[in-house]
Design a protein around this ligand. Sequence first.
Ligand SMILES: [Zn+2]
Length: 86
Amino acid sequence: MTTAIDVLSKVSGVPRAEALALWEQVRANSARLKGCEGPHEFVEHEKTGALVRSYRCTKCEGTMPAHDKRRYDEGLEHGRRERTTP
Ligand SMILES: [Zn+2]
């Protein structure tokens, strides 16, 4: 039986064991983010020069790409407006 990991390994050229380890890291990170008491409190995590590539939550230790963090912040802001708008 071919699994998604097999396909990912084949198309990416990443050895199956490495692809599986990466997949487990993604699943663990997702579980940390979903289990966070929230709202996330992000600090810079990975940078390339002055460009922040990802952020880490100080509450749950989950990480998020910078683009996703911007969308998360927008959602929080819109949620605050919803609650304060009559
Ligand atoms: Zn968090």
